[in-house]
Every structure is written in structure tokens, then in C-alpha cells.
Design a protein around this ligand. Structure first.
Ligand SMILES: *Cc1c(COP(=O)(O)O)cnc(C)c1O
Length: 408
């Protein structure tokens, strides 16, 4: 079976892969525990007043960065899903307009707390937030640099947050990154460096340049624990949202969650959070483009392997998922925890994007639409009116109108 899956992967065919390495005790094998999630959640709460002051769009939620969840019955009908289909709208997350607003902003905040503790200016983070305290904080952070390598959205999240706090922010962008993302970052005062190569190259260069500067911190998407934990907080908040909607999740009412996957941090952290919260009642499936299925390749090969070594291009219109090699850290957490994966052909993404816009007036970027790829496969196995499905819409809000028109 794994060999068949590997053949299909190499041929660039769509497939559903159910994880034969799944273990019921998988959570006990991980590098992280629910205490780590609690710690991350408390940090975000502690710094919420600062977020609210820096980003007025978060004032309504008191500085908590969270997205709505919406039932999408017309899409459920289109995919012949019997149970309730929900869209988790990280495409509308404030500040960065994508799932990266979770992990990315969290890591910048964690790093800022670490500096403040070492330098003795914690009061500026945890005391009363005023115009003067923010000006003072920015002055303290102005001699520090934060850098990141990105296909686009992580760069937006880290760049916007770091610049707002007063850091020198540098984003190393791969060739896949869209022009408007670079323009937006430059408008926010972020330095954007462009590379001809893929995402791994942008990360590698950024990591090297940052290592050469003692005042610089590198957000390493290929190995970051902080990103992983920042993403994991999503699950507890989701539980509260489902409770509010009267949606039960237990072994008689399972939850299927479909998560677009790039390097693995975002879907991996969310999966870890969900499994911690809901145990065996939740099943998580990752979605990847047929030309860039780096996490599936890692799961099949027993470790991260560049997809180009398997004869694939790594190219996809789903720019948030255009990643050639998975995070080893995330692969190791997912190996026994993830229920399965499916791959999606690029040509299906735009029709789904249009369908969601026409039926629900919700805009998401092509990467986010990969989540819908499971609908064709997974209901055969575990559908029924008692199953709740969540498609995780990972990005979209910041996409400019001109890009949206071109996309349709
Ligand atoms: C980054 C991203 C993902 C996947 O996250 P990874 O941490 O790279 O796996 C999915 N969708 C969008 C829109 C993204 O920007």
C-alpha cells in the first residue's frame, strides 16, 4: 500500500492516503503537552492589550486574534455531504489575513517577551499600555532585527507584527511569492529580499544572514516550536465556538477536519491542539497540491525528502502550499497522530474558489481551497448525518481586489 501511494505521488495523481502508522497513544509520544498549549494561550491573553493598542481592528475582540466559523450548506450540498459542513475562516483573521496570524504573531510576541525579560523592560509589555509605553517599547526594540523566509503569508504575518513593534524586519521571499505581498510589506516598512529559487532557498539564505548578526532573530518555519504552539491554541477556541453553536464532539459525533498543508507547521499545530482537545473524536486530514505533497512524501519515505527528488516540480498556484520539503519537527509529531492526507490537482482549486464566492460571498485564496479536496474522498469512509466537517480556510482577506478579479 505505501508503495502504491508513492507511485501515485510520483505520477502527480490525486489520492487519499489513510495513515497506517496511526497510534491511539500518539499524543504521549510527542515533544509537546497540553501545558505547552496553555502556556501559549496565556501569553496571547497577557499581551492582548498590547495587540489591541497596536491593531485597532482587534479592539472588538479585546486584542484576541480569532476568526469566525460559518456553516456552508450550499457547499455541503455541492459535495453531497450529509453532516454539517463548517468553514473555519482564518482567511479573515485580523492583521495578517491568514492562518499565519496565529503562529507568526505568537512567535514574535514570545521573542519580545524573552528580550524584555533579559533586558529588564517587561513592564512595557505587561503594564498599562499607553502611547508613551508603546513609543518606549519601540525604542527598546529598534536595535533588534527579526527575519523570516516565506512564500508570502508568513512574511506578511512576521513582517507586519515585527514592524509594528519597532523591530527591523527583513522578509526573504521565494519566487512563488505574489508581487502584492511584497508591495504591502514594503509599505509597512519591512525590507523585502527576493530570490529566484524556491521557498527552501529563501529560508536557507535568511537563516544564514540572520546567524551572522547577533542582534537578529530568525523565525525558522522548517523547525520552529513556537510557530507550532502558536497554531495549537486554535483548537481550544474552536471548542468554545462549537459549544456556542450547540455542536457536540464525542465518539458518537465525530469531527473531521481538513487542513491545507505547506511545510506543516500550521496544520500540524492545529492538529496537535485538536487531538489534545477532542481525543479520538476528531480526525485530521492534510491537503496538499499534487505537485508539492511534501508532508505526504515525508510520511511515505520515513522523513522529509525534497519533492523534486521524487520527480515533482514543487510548483502550484496554491502559493501558500508551494513547499518542496516538509518540516522534520512537524513530520515527527504527525507520524503517528495524523489520520490521513489527500492530494489535490491545481485545476480544481479555482472552480471551488468561485463556488464559495458565488454561494456564500466568502473570498479565500486558492491554497485554502485545497481543504475541499477531501470532500470527494473522505465521505465514502466516514460520512453520515452525525459527522461534523470543518474545512480550514487558511487565507484570503488581504488579497487585493485586482488579484481577486484576475483569479476568477
Ligand atoms: C502557510 C499556509 C498554509 C500552510 O501552512 P504551513 O505551516 O506552511 O503548513 C496553508 N494555507 C495558506 C493560505 C498558507 O499561507
Amino acid at each position: 500500500m505505501p508503495t502504491d501511494a508513492l507511485q501515485a505521488l510520483k505520477r502527480g495523481e490525486e489520492q487519499l492516503w489513510l495513515n497506517p502508522y496511526l497510534r491511539s497513544d500518539a499524543l504521549s509520544l510527542l515533544d509537546f503537552t497540553s501545558d505547552d498549549i496553555t502556556d501559549a494561550q496565556m501569553r496571547l491573553s497577557r499581551l492582548a492589550p498590547l495587540i489591541a493598542a497596536l491593531f485597532p481592528e482587534t479592539q472588538e475582540s479585546d486584542g484576541i486574534i480569532e476568526s469566525p466559523i460559518t456553516e456552508i450548506p450550499d457547499i455541503a450540498k455541492a459535495f453531497s455531504i450529509q453532516g454539517c459542513l463548517l468553514l473555519k475562516r482564518d482567511s479573515d483573521l485580523p492583521i495578517a489575513g491568514s492562518v499565519k496570524a496565529r503562529g507568526g504573531i505568537y512567535e514574535v510576541l514570545k521573542h519580545t517577551e524573552d528580550i524584555a525579560r533579559a533586558q529588564g523592560f517587561e513592564e512595557l509589555l505587561h503594564g498599562e499600555v499607553t502611547e508613551a509605553s508603546i513609543a518606549h517599547l519601540r525604542q527598546q526594540l529598534a536595535s533588534y532585527t527579526v527575519q523570516v523566509g516565506s512564500t508570502g503569508n508568513l512574511g506578511l504575518s512576521i513582517g507586519i507584527m515585527s514592524a509594528a513593534l519597532g523591530y527591523n524586519a527583513v522578509v526573504h521571499m521565494s519566487a512563488d511569492a505574489r508581487g502584492w505581498k511584497k508591495t504591502l510589506l514594503r509599505e509597512k516598512g519591512v525590507r523585502v529580499k527576493e530570490y529566484d529559487g524556491d521557498y527552501s532557498l529563501a529560508v536557507k539564505r535568511g537563516r544564514e544572514l540572520s546567524a551572522a548578526d547577533p542582534m537578529s532573530y530568525f523565525v525558522d518555519d522548517e523547525s520552529s516550536k513556537e510557530l507550532f504552539l502558536g497554531y495549537s491554541v486554535a483548537a481550544r477556541r474552536l471548542k468554545a465556538q462549537l459549544d456556542c453553536m450547540g455542536i457536540a464532539v464525542d465518539d458518537d459525533h465525530p469531527l473531521n477536519v481538513y487542513l491545507p498543508c505547506g511545510v506543516g507547521g500550521a496544520p500540524g499545530g492545529i492538529c496537535f491542539g485538536l487531538k489534545t482537545e477532542f481525543g479520538s473524536a476528531v480526525r485530521c486530514y492534510f491537503a496538499e497540491p499534487v505537485e508539492a505533497p511534501c508532508m505526504l512524501a515525508a510520511l511515505l519515505m520515513g522523513g522529509p525528502v525534497p519533492v523534486t527528488e521524487l520527480g515533482l516540480s514543487g510548483r502550484t498556484i496554491a502559493d501558500g502550499l508551494a513547499v518542496g520539503c516538509a518540516s522534520e519537527l512537524v513530520y515527527l509529531q504527525m507520524r503517528h497522530l495524523l489520520d490521513g492526507e489527500y492530494t489535490v490537482d491545481d485545476k480544481r482549486l479555482i472552480p471551488w474558489q468561485r463556488l464559495l464566492w458565488e454561494t456564500e460571498r466568502i473570498f479565500v485564496e486558492p491554497s485554502a481551497c485545497a481543504a475541499f479536496g477531501g470532500m470527494g474522498h473522505i465521505p465514502d469512509i466516514v460520512d453520515g448525518s452525525h459527522v461534523t466537517h470543518i474545512a480550514w480556510a487558511t487565507g484570503g482577506m488581504l488579497v487585493p481586489e485586482s488579484e481577486r478579479q484576475a483569479s476568477y
